[in-house]
Ligand binder design. Structure first.
Ligand code: URA
Length: 219
């Protein structure tokens, strides 16, 4: 909630900056206190996210990539941020790393991609494929937390260091925590390597295979 308030304030300050202000000592606009509660259905939440302008990623995005899959899924995969293909198509993990993720889900876990839910820490593409900044990640976090609350998965797989970091607050290197089990907020979180890391480091695929086999047993 505090993140959302700060993001709204930041948005007002950016507006003032565009108007030429470089300093203000007062709360910029005395607008009525906005309603900061997020909708309680995924459909309405997605609609709100599609119209989101709370951070600068909204200026360069083509599409908001909210997430896709089974809204009652027991398994949820969370990546870092949409890439160029995802931004163009408005769907998560549909580029090269998405192809690999689909194989991981279907060939190792033996479930259809449509039966899990897939989303990211931030819903809009950071240009140049950079990591989302802490401000961007924290600004987008209320959408992700609400998605998790509404879908209520049993197991969340954090794909890569960024997802693990923002889901747990822990900055331990992903190579040390991959394959470990974290019980939190009513779900089991398991971090593993990000598919794009696997594309660059195919020798790490065997580790992910082990992690997925363990997840399969938990399922
Ligand atoms: N990488 C991610 O983290 N997410 C996507 O949706 C695509 C690539």
């Amino acid at each position: 909630m505090k993140n959302l308030k700060n993001a709204l304030l930041l948005k007002q300050l950016y507006r003032l900056k565009q108007l030429g202000y470089s300093y203000t000592s007062v709360v910029p606009f005395q607008e009525e206190e906005p309603d900061l509660t997020l909708p309680n259905t995924l459909e309405k939440l997605q609609k709100q996210a599609l119209e989101c302008h709370l951070c600068l990623l909204s200026k360069s995005r083509t599409h908001v990539v909210f997430g896709e899959g089974d809204l009652n899924a027991d398994l949820m995969f969370i990546g870092e941020a949409p890439g160029a293909t995802e931004d163009r198509l408005g769907k998560p993990f549909v580029g090269r790393s998405g192809e690999l993720l689909t194989k991981m889900i279907e060939n190792v876990l033996h479930v259809k991609r449509e039966e899990v839910y897939i989303t990211n820490i931030v819903k809009c593409r950071p240009t140049d494929n950079r990591e989302p900044s802490p401000t961007e990640a924290h600004t987008c976090q209320p959408y992700l937390l609400k998605q998790i609350e509404l879908i209520s998965p049993k197991i969340i797989i954090a794909l890569g260091a960024t997802a693990y970091h923002y889901l747990t607050g822990d900055e331990t290197n992903i190579s040390k925590v991959r394959g470990t089990i974290h019980k939190q907020n009513g779900y089991t979180l398991i971090p593993t390597y990000h598919p794009s890391y696997l594309l660059r480091n195919p020798s790490a695929k065997k580790d992910v295979f082990e992690d997925l086999k363990m997840i399969k047993e938990l399922m």
